[in-house]
Design a protein around this ligand. Structure first.
Ligand code: SF4
Ligand code: SF4
Length: 100
């Protein structure tokens, strides 16, 4: 699933640089996540990095964008092919195990 930033966001700027997919940007009133770029950090990290750093816990999963692990992995691969350079540390080289 892609994640979603709610209006509880305090615009603290912490999450934006943590996103490996450049999916987070400033919206009209608070930060927003581009669901086309959010892989829930699949392919980069075990946990969503934005959720890890957000001080007010305002980043739930987006019910409008439910995706399987495999779909998230395919999105990750598409983003890589689109020109985003592979990062170094912690980079996964094989697909994650299928969700049970
Ligand atoms: S879950 Fe990961 S990919 Fe999605 S917005 Fe947060 S940091 Fe970016
Ligand atoms: S870390 Fe949380 S509160 Fe800070 S800008 Fe991101 S979503 Fe908003």
């Amino acid at each position: 699933m892609a994640l979603l930033i709610t209006d509880e966001c305090i615009n603290c700027d912490v999450c934006e640089p943590e996103c490996p997919n450049q999916a987070i940007s400033m919206g009209e009133d608070f930060y927003q996540i581009d669901p086309a770029r959010c892989t829930e950090c699949v392919g980069h990290f075990d946990e969503p990095q934005c959720v890890q750093v957000c001080p007010v816990e305002c980043i739930p999963v987006d019910p409008a964008h439910t995706e399987s692990q495999e779909t998230l992995w395919q999105k990750y691969q598409r983003l890589q092919k689109a020109g985003q350079p592979l990062s170094s540390a912690g980079e996964a080289s094989t697909p994650p195990p299928a969700a049970v």
